[in-house]
Design a protein around this ligand. Structure first.
Ligand code: KIV
Length: 345
């Protein structure tokens, strides 16, 4: 499949998913395909669209929108984005929240785990995401090493994530032990999303990627962590890899929304890593059990690039419609000059 035919497929994918948003009437209408196509050119030879390029009807999601959705028991949608195109997709598809997660380390930077990614890396990617996330509320993940030393260190990192990364809030991993840290950041007027359960930054201390809260005492500790995060002022908390029954009980005991990932359908919302759910790796690659593969970007992209390869090799591409016109007389004159220069190089 050629690149030219891949683009409408992506657009159709966005539309199909946008149509599935059951609570759409509650929100401002999403931009239509035609308004999106007319407003900007996403190509290597066109400037990136500014936020003002979005139709005025695409009302931005704020912290109040999130509270409103939660109060009305309407599931909150969150998706990761790590660059301008992935954020454009997430925003166009009507995601409430876009997370610049430190999963960036593995899915986009090829690192073995999240411990290697630096705040500076996160800020660079967050800034790219912020340029595209016109409608969604953005969250920048604080990576390992930039918030654990002290609440002051955490606040400094959070400020950088907002000032330099242009995010609207931050996320950090940790429960009760990080309540003072969350309090410090929220007291400075920065919204914080907590993250408890499986906290990948502490995978070694947890003994690997393991389901959390499977015993009564572990579940009770999770609830204590969730309550501490809430008391500290977090606006939401991610629950990762927790049995659905436990996650539902925790959700029912909180006044802030829970955003589940591998935590069942009883959470206030869901989050997935975009590259995972789009199928950006070959069929058969490892994916956690909780991931549903909604797309087959790898297969379609591979087919497109293979077709491009074949068409270049067979001189089928570029064809007439890809060429720039020039006056025939100019070509003739130029050929004469060029031929002459052969005699007199
Ligand atoms: O880094 C990330 O993408 C995350 C989500 C999986 C919640 O933390």
């Amino acid at each position: 499949m050629a690149a030219a035919t891949l683009r409408p497929w992506i657009a159709q994918f966005i539309l199909n998913n946008a149509r599935l948003i059951a609570y759409q009437p509650l929100l401002a209408p999403l931009p239509t395909l035609s308004t999106r196509c007319n407003q900007t050119r996403h190509s290597s030879h066109a400037p990136a669209p500014s936020q003002s390029a979005l139709p005025v009807s695409a009302k931005p999601v704020t912290i109040h929108t999130i509270r409103d959705l939660h109060r009305k028991n309407i599931p909150i949608t969150m998706l990761t984005a790590h660059d301008f195109p992935s954020a454009s997709l997430a925003s166009a598809a009507g995601m409430d929240l876009i997370l610049v997660g430190d999963s960036l380390a593995m899915v986009s930077l090829g690192m073995p785990d999240t411990s290697e990614v630096m705040l500076e890396d996160m800020i660079l990617h967050a800034r790219a995401v912020s340029r595209a996330a016109a409608r969604s509320f953005t969250i920048g993940d604080l990576p390992m090493g930039c918030y654990e030393v002290s609440p002051e260190q955490a606040l400094q990192s959070a400020i950088r994530m907002l000032k330099e990364g242009r995010m609207q809030s931050v996320k950090l991993e940790g429960g009760k032990d990080f309540a003072d840290t969350i309090k410090k950041i929220t007291s400075a007027g920065i919204s914080v999303c907590g993250h408890i359960g499986l906290t990948p930054q502490r995978q070694h201390a947890l003994g690997g990627f393991r389901v959390q809260g499977r015993t009564t005492s572990a579940a009770d500790k999770l609830l204590m962590d969730a309550r501490a995060v809430q008391e500290a002022g977090a606006f939401a908390v991610v629950l990762e890899c927790v049995p659905p029954e436990i996650a539902s009980i925790i959700t029912s005991k909180l006044s802030i929304p829970t955003i589940g990932i591998g935590a069942g359908n009883g959470c206030s919302g869901q989050v997935l890593v975009q590259m995972d759910m789009l199928g950006c790796r070959p069929e058969g690659s490892f994916l956690p059990k909780f991931v549903k593969r909604y797309g087959d970007v790898w297969e379609r992209s591979l087919a497109a690039i293979e077709q491009y390869r074949d068409e270049v090799k067979t001189r089928k591409y570029p064809a007439d419609q890809h060429n720039y016109a020039v006056d025939e007389a100019v070509v003739k004159a130029f050929k004469a000059i060029a031929d002459k220069s052969d005699e007199n190089p």
